[in-house]
Ligand binder design. Sequence first.
Ligand code: MN
Length: 719
Amino acid sequence: MTYTIEYLTERIRASEKPYDLEKITAAYELANEAHAGIKRSSGEPYIIHPIAVADILLEFYMDTDTICAALLHDVVEDTDIPLETLRKKFGDDVANLVDGVTKIGQIPLNTTKEEQQAENIRKILIAMSKDIRVIIIKLADRLHNMRTIQFRPPEKQRKKALETMNFYAPIAHRLGMSAVKEEMEDISIRILDPYGAQTIEEMLDKHKEQRDTFIDIIKSRIRERISDIDPPPTIEGRVKSVYSIYKKVYVKGKNFDEIYDIYAVRVIVQTVIECYNVLGIIHDIFKPIPYRFKDYIATPKPNRYQSLHTTVIGREGIPFEVQIRTYEMHNTAQYGIAAHWKYKAGLSGNVSGEKRFDWIRHILEQQQDSDDINELADAIKVDLAPDDVYVFTPKGDVITLPTDSTIIDFAYAIHTQVGNHMTGAKVGGRQIRFDYRLNTGDIVEIQTSANAHPNRNWLEIAKTSEARAKIRSWFKRECREENITEGKNSIELEFRRNNMIPSEDFILELANMQHFDNIEDFYAAIGYGGVILSKIMQRAKDLYNSRNADKVQETEEEILSRNYYKRRKGGVIVEGIDNCLIKFAKCCNPLPGDDIIGFITRGYGVSVHKRDCVNVINSPESEKERWINVMWAGGTESESYNATIDIIAEDRTALIADITSVIAASRLPIRQITAHQLKNGNGNVIVTVEVASLEQLNAMIGRISKVQGVISAERTGIV
Ligand code: MN
């Protein structure tokens, strides 16, 4: 077979289905260019492989996007073309399919521990559950790799065969793709147990001629008796797969001669009624073996397989299995889930329901007696709980988190100490922000440092109550003094916002109401978040009003003018609020000179952002009222601020040393530095420094830009 674009084009034309040939050709051209010059182990050009994978998928009549994704499936992983390029050129569907296939490939499959297998299968199911086409591409990819496995070194062959036998074939089985499953198993068993497989093949070969004659006789005998069915049924005879016989001999310990169903004859008819009619005729011609009849039409297998099975014995005394099914059942048996594309869906798509979770639900509904029901039930949870995401550790363990969870939630879900010492995280090898929303299939690597500790703003970022509880308990334990100050500041801020000027007695009364003996414990509880201020404010207001009913209330204007533009910590003046806690938002790290705005947080004072910070721009309408004017006080430069600089440079030795020495020469303390290599070979250094002003920062960025090999140096909002 010569896998060329001409061959593929011809196959597409021959299918007579409305494929978008232009899009497919464009996908081919991009893949061909990207893989140019690369050879497979067989010595052939690499592009042979994606074309062969596309060819397998054409056999299933998979849609245009799937064929494009098949052609492009190794581009992101093996070449320096980014996913975004595919997204721009071929759309979201193709890009997401390629991304899904790449991600499945990255899930570490533990092939040594048997108990891990179910778990690994589950992972693959989960990773692909968003779009079933992902696994169909992956199965085709693996099938072609197995077909050409002889060119790989022996250890690789063994590893791939184990993976295929343990994971991919069972998945193909579960999806009802029996042709794929059988071919995968037969290739794998020849690698894993060459001697055993060869013995089976020899036994089969020994009687090949007799067997062929035998099958021919059976077929013609059946044909004679059903000749009045119109149109005439299809009758096929075959030997079962090597592996299915291998299992019976070596796993179930049966004698080759005792295996009833080495031979199988298949009768394919138009209607279900004809199936039962044919069964009656078969039982009339041959002698049925008791207890060997199975009605998978009335009770389909979990993977939707339907057929009548019966084992009978002829005049020759040789038992054989007869399978009776309709053409539709036959297609489902051969192609499983893929039959949907082949026979039902148009190529235009509209498979959105099916390609997501319905297939899993379907499997569950029909699940009757499967031994792996628990495992499947787990997989179903994805379906029933679409609010969850499934994220992997680098070792391949699955962590289940609610949608919109962050790396903070992930770290605490692994272990409290991992959360408490986290400094950052990578997803798929890329450094990400703390507020990055995790997606199903993400592989997350948490970075920790013994000196690191949680930040208060994590409480706002974390999604799960578990993570927040652990963060709060850390603050409760570690920072009583700080908590008291925080709590006191928050309470003052909140009271002033409500035009209340409380006495210490009043606050003590409030503390007692919340079952605290003294004010300090109460402040501390507010500080670490044990008491949520917004939740007790209404009661506090009621109490305050009842205590001060006779006093004349200050008007809002009076309070505002009294407090207008008070100087505050960090050289920032907050409009209309006195004595409030100021913090600088980690998302944009504002510096003196930046245009700034304040946000009244729940319980943690005012957080100062740059006006052009994304969090300001994207702030929801509902929070509009919480933004307040702030300004730099000017004059005092004694405070310092953290700023993060994202540097991209040609990767070379001593790059980091040169960058740090430039910063050191400016006498600016480095707070954090991380570096990694980008896919295109360049280096990416992210450094957080302490600076006193915007001018100081800009001057240093200028100096860094002059370091040899530096391509860009920009200030970022990365925490
Ligand atoms: Mn591949």
